[in-house]
Every structure is written in C-alpha cells, then in structure tokens.
Design a binder for this molecule. Sequence first.
Ligand code: NAD
Length: 251
Amino acid sequence: MPDLDGRVTIITGAGSGIGRAMTEAFVAAGARVFAVDLSAERLAETADAIAAPDALKTHVANVAVEGPIVGMLEACAAAFGPVEVICNNAGILDRMAPVTETDDALWQKVLDVNLTGPFLVTRAALPAMLERGSGIFVNTCSIASFLGGRAGFAYTATKHGILGLTRAVAAEYGDRGIRCNGIAPGSVKTNISLDMNISDAGMALRQKGLATRPPQATGADMAPVAVFLASEAAHYINGTCIVADAGWTAY
Ligand code: NAD
C-alpha cells in the first residue's frame, strides 16, 4: 500500500460501504482522515470499527448543501489542518427508475447528492489548494459514468456528470498542482439500495446490462484504488477514472 504520509483527507459518505472501507484503508496508509456522513450513527460505527482516534475524526454534515460544506472544511482545518485530499464519495441510488418514472423530486435529490455536492465541495476547497499549489480529488464515479444500461436514469446522468466534473477540474488546474481523478466501481455490496423500492420497469430495462454482472465486490476491493490515486505513486495521473469492476465493462 502506498504511504499517505499524514495527508489530511476528507472522505464523504464515510459511514458506510465504500466510504467506510476507504476510511479504513487511508488510515492504514498513514493519512489523517476527516470522515463525513449524514448519519451520526453510521459514522460512530466507522470510528468504532477503525479505532484510531488520533488519525480519524468524524463530522456529521449534508455534503449536498453549501453551508455544511463550508463548515466541514473549517472543522477539518481546525482538527487536522487544511485539507490536502478530498474523496467526493457520498452518493445515492435512484431506485433503478427509468426516465418515465423519474419525478422532479427523485431527479433533484439524486442530482443534489451525486453531482451538485461534489461541485460545491470542489469549488469551496480549491482556492486554498491553489494558493498552496497542491490538492488531490478522488471522485467516486461508477461504470454508469460510461454506460447507459447499468443503473437508473438519474443515477446514470449524474455519474456521467461527475466524470465530466473530474476531467474539467484536471484540465482547468492540472498545471497548478491539482490532481482530480475518479474511481468507477462496478457492483459493490453496500447499503446503497437498502430499503429502496426498486423499480420493476427499470430492472426489466437493465436486464441486458445486468446479465453480465460479475460477482459483487466489497468496499475493501475499491479502497486501494482510491489510496493509490491519492498517493505520490499516482503523481502523473490526472483527469482520468480507474474502472474497478472485475471486467463488467468488458462485456
Ligand atoms: P452506501 O449507501 O453504503 O454509503 C453511502 C454513504 O453516504 C451513507 O453512509 C450515507 O449516509 C452517506 N450519504 C448519502 N448522502 C449524503 C449526504 N448528502 N451527505 C453526507 N453523506 C451522505 O453506498 P456506497 O455503495 O458505499 O456508495 C458510495 C459511492 O459509491 C456512491 O457515490 C455510489 O454512487 C458509488 N458507487 C457504488 C456502487 C455500488 O455498487 N455500491 C457502484 C458504483 C458506484
């Protein structure tokens, strides 16, 4: 595992699934992690599971809303110092709903969390990073950032959006010390579809894409990719997205 050498890292969605696994891997790699989630309970479970109070602080915030995002950056700076790495990982699913079942409320909610949130976090964090001449973003994209038939309509649209955000930030600020990359998981066993009223019509429409799905990964299968992208080993990598899907997109 590359050495993250005390890097101050914010991980959003750290209370569950891929974000919790990333938090564990970043702490193990020597980062100081400011773990953020909507759910205080889930964050407490993450902190208990990792048990590294000096290297891990938790913070409850809604990372789809600007005020709490600014508060998150300030609280991180107070706890560990200015943030050096941000993993924009928090995200929600869309019931696998097709466009005809996507009402305004579902569209807005998925857009807010999966795309507007990472935009607001990036915009708020960049000025200080640019002043220091360095900053790293690792955005959790998806194979739905590349393909139309692996998730619902709103999710697919927002995950294409976060890939565009990732490339644009790298293109805009790569020559000023900013690296912005993504990871694209395939299917990972997490809580993302828990208690969700999955759309039958949406599932029927996705059958061609789902038919070739490999066995599900765990968050721990994804986390080392994020650690790598946050490390010096990835210093020449910018504006791209590493697919970790056991070959699902090869079909
Ligand atoms: P998860 O539901 O297990 O964890 C997501 C966490 O994000 C939860 O703890 C939730 O409370 C938190 N969260 C949601 N909205 C938030 C908000 N507004 N502010 C703060 N925290 C918020 O899901 P996961 O599968 O680990 O998802 C993590 C990321 O991985 C998401 O961006 C998701 O789109 C992406 N992803 C997941 C899969 C998969 O198969 N699970 C595949 C591709 C991409």
